[in-house]
Design a protein around this ligand. Structure first.
Ligand code: CP
Length: 306
């Protein structure tokens, strides 16, 4: 049996391993000079069959800052997938060129197939509406740095909770911490899928659904905003009807706690007004920076570099 570790779902990591990654990420910030050659001669491949700014570029920046190199493609059209090559064959090939692979694919489960076809570690950078575990690690690091804890939190998740893979992964992760409460804020059409509700019930956490952001705001320690994702809709009319369901502005924040942390995986479209960006509670660009630090830690961990 292979000892290779992959990251397909956030539950592939124990809580102790997540704590360890957070510690490494903090140490990287404290002592960058100790890490800037640590991946010399190692190569990261980023295979993005779907568009990305933060995930792909933060992975590449992470590997470069560790002294390694990067190769890959940023769209299916610029790879032999455009000629009909299967994910399996692409991964088997790239496994001959790289030491570790980060991939994003529109099909749920594609990274599982990939992990069966190569002996190099596979990192899921998002698979369809399924999971996005490195975004979750990013979110956990951001919450830890901003709130000083990952327990005793009321977390509001707002927007597209049906297709939002960042939301599904974050809920899965937070279910393992003590005294977490979720308030799920979405239109009826974009509610969290039933299997996530079953997992929340099984874990015994407190949760409720509301349709108005105002009905949750004053209770929240974390507000996790998400984009209504045009690319996940089959019907453009439904997208147009739902896309501006929630627009966070300074007026809506009037009832919020002073130490609320507003997160968003980004990209945003209209769901957070730019006037909120200068509010001290806005953490989403800091979150993007945390994404690079935690991906540096993850690369070291999966490559087994101490
Ligand atoms: N948060 C996130 O996954 O952003 P990108 O789609 O830009 O990678």
């Amino acid at each position: 049996m292979s000892n290779v570790r992959n990251l397909i779902n956030i539950t592939d990591l124990s809580l102790a391993e997540i704590d360890h990654l957070i510690e490494i990420a903090d140490d990287i910030v404290a002592h960058p000079e100790m890490y800037n050659e640590i991946c010399a001669h190692k190569k990261l491949a980023t295979l993005f069959f779907e568009p990305s700014t933060r995930t792909r570029l933060s992975f590449e920046a992470a590997m470069l800052e560790l002294g390694g190199s990067v190769l890959g493609f940023s769209s299916a059209n610029s790879s032999s997938a455009a000629k009909g090559e299967s994910v399996s064959d692409t991964i088997r090939t790239v496994g001959c060129y790289a030491d570790i692979i980060a991939m994003r694919h529109p099909k749920e489960g594609a990274p599982i197939v990939a992990a069966e076809r190569t002996t190099v570690p596979i990192i899921n950078g998002g698979d369809g509406g399924h999971f996005h575990p490195t975004q979750t690690l990013t979110d956990l690091l951001t919450i830890k740095r901003k709130k000083g804890r990952l327990n005793n939190l009321v977390i509001g998740l707002c927007g597209d909770l049906q297709f939002g893979r960042t939301v599904h992964s974050l809920i899965e992760a937070m279910l393992r911490y003590e005294n977490i409460e979720f308030i799920l804020i979405s239109p009826d059409e974009l509610k969290v899928p039933d299997y996530i509700k079953e997992e929340m019930n099984k874990a015994g956490v407190k949760w409720r659904e509301v349709t108005r952001l105002e009905d949750a705001m004053s209770e929240l320690d974390i507000l996790y905003m998400t984009r209504v994702q045009r690319e996940r809709f089959f019907n453009e009319a439904d997208y147009i009807r739902l896309k501006d369901s929630y627009i966070l502005n300074l007026d809506k924040l009037k009832t919020a706690k002073e130490d609320l942390a507003i997160l968003h995986p980004l990209p945003r479209v209209n769901e957070i007004s730019v006037e909120v960006d200068d509010d001290p509670r806005a953490c989403y660009f800091f979150q993007a920076l945390c994404g690079k630090h935690i991906r540096m830690a993850l690369i070291l961990f999966l490559l087994g570099i101490k």
